[in-house]
Design a protein around this ligand. Sequence first.
Ligand SMILES: Cc1cc2nc3c(=O)[nH]c(=O)nc-3n(C[C@H](O)[C@H](O)[C@H](O)COP(=O)(O)OP(=O)(O)OC[C@H]3O[C@@H](n4cnc5c(N)ncnc54)[C@H](O)[C@@H]3O)c2cc1C
Length: 538
Amino acid sequence: MTEPTRHVPVLVVGGGPVGLALAGELGWRGVGCELVEQTDGVITTPKMNEVNARTMEFCRRWGIADAVRNCPFPADHALDVVFVTSLAGHELARMRRPPRGARPPSKDSPEQQQICSQLWFDPILQAFARAQPTVTLRYRMRLESFDQTEDGVAAELHDLETGRRETVRVQYLVGCDGANSAIRDRLGIALEGQGTLGHPVHLYFRAPDLLAQCGREPGTFFLAIDRHGLWANIRVIDPANGLWRLMVLDTDGKQTPDSVDRSALLQRAVGRPLGVEWKGLSIWTRKSVVAERYASGRVFLAGDAVHQLSPTGALGMNTGIGDAVDLGWKLAAVLQGWGGANLLPAYDSERRPIGLRNVRMATEFHLAHGAFTNEMAAIDDESEAGESLRRQLGDSLTKSVGRMFRTAGLQLGYRYEASPICIADGAPPPDDPESFTPSAAAGCRAPHVWLADGRSIIDSFGRGFVLLRFGEAETAAFKEAAAARGVPLTIAARGEPEAAARYERRLALVRPDGHVAWRGDVLPQDSGALLDRVRGAT
Ligand SMILES: Cc1cc2nc3c(=O)[nH]c(=O)nc-3n(C[C@H](O)[C@H](O)[C@H](O)COP(=O)(O)OP(=O)(O)OC[C@H]3O[C@@H](n4cnc5c(N)ncnc54)[C@H](O)[C@@H]3O)c2cc1C
């Protein structure tokens, strides 16, 4: 490695959605950051489509929620999930989901899950990160190697356009370098879990008016089940341009792009021959794994580099963006001098349990697909027996496989229960994947309530700590202790009875990532000790 040419506070490796979110979050906090991405950043085969409610709350904080909401996916397009024998065949069940433009507001959040393909979402994140004065995005730039010492990391970068190599000296390196993370390998961090679950195939194609041609009522996500079982899903990605994706849930693992019979698979999914414009094909590995550690020394990992899960439940990128937000404020705190020595280690303690939780749920959702194989011979019959089988299957599919579309609890209910930097105050309500029960118990996401001025209470979180005060409570000592430690703190007196009831205590301390660190009716005798704990200094 050559002599370092430059010093950079944080180097983010990987410009997928997680790296871009982290760079943007760091920039939003004024932290110097460089992101390197080996490709040109253009998405050719989009994977992600569902940006969940919690990610949307982060986008709201970053000022990009409107851009995501108003992406080219039409506001009046039905979001229904439909179980079919094929697109032109029988409909077994339909889970009605109103179009974005007709959805009632959520009581749990100012935001809701949005459909926004990676085709549009990544460029929105990219523009957000690029707009931060302290952030530099460098495409066609690859991290080749790194060496860390106690006081920094030397990173060797390779400019793939010019061939030039340079070494930069960084204080922290974050590997957002995806499932095959070379950084994780270099750190010797193993992946644990069930391993490989299958080898799905994706086929991208353009077929305007596909549903009309099949005589099918509009919808967004179609699951295809025939006499061999539930075998594929067909999803519209960009309705205005007629862009679709057929995902064959599993293959024997020996297929190559040349051996896949695209037309036969499409005919099976559609129910009859159909001419389409083929746009792409990819074969990937469905996994269920979590890294044994999320960091080593000054090198951190986030996103698919540390958790790989089945897309069932739309938790992959969303979990990674949660990592980015958790790590972002901690890195900022330490670089700005007010974060203690135990703050960065708490990244692993907080986020790894969430990785395990989400991988477990995604795997459960995926395994539910395999239950429908027996006695399916009559599924296409026009007889009464056929009709009765389809009705019965429709009910059970909605109950079991349909769970992956009922994830309010998974999206908003994750909490840092065993966190060393939150001060537990009793058990929060159960973490139910399907239904969300708001709670302001320490470790939970500070719940949303509308304020008298029309904002959500969560709009006041993000830049520093916020001490919410409902009613009379002495806070002067706390303010002084925060100032003495350089901890950014706002004290917000709130008079709304609904907010007071939701937070259940007279005081609640909300962290920069919007999670509750502590709550109580009075401050402890030693405000400094409380602050030291939540900033990772004790
Ligand atoms: C079919 C499908 C549907 C999905 N749907 C959803 C969904 O609806 N919602 C959801 O939340 N998730 C979804 N996911 C998961 C989601 O796509 C991934 O979790 C997400 O893309 C991971 O983002 P990442 O930034 O961690 O990694 P990646 O997107 O893999 O990005 C890693 C980047 O690092 C770069 N890189 C690697 N090594 C280097 C290096 N040495 N130097 C420079 N650059 C490097 C790579 O080029 C790459 O661009 C889906 C996945 C699939 C397969």
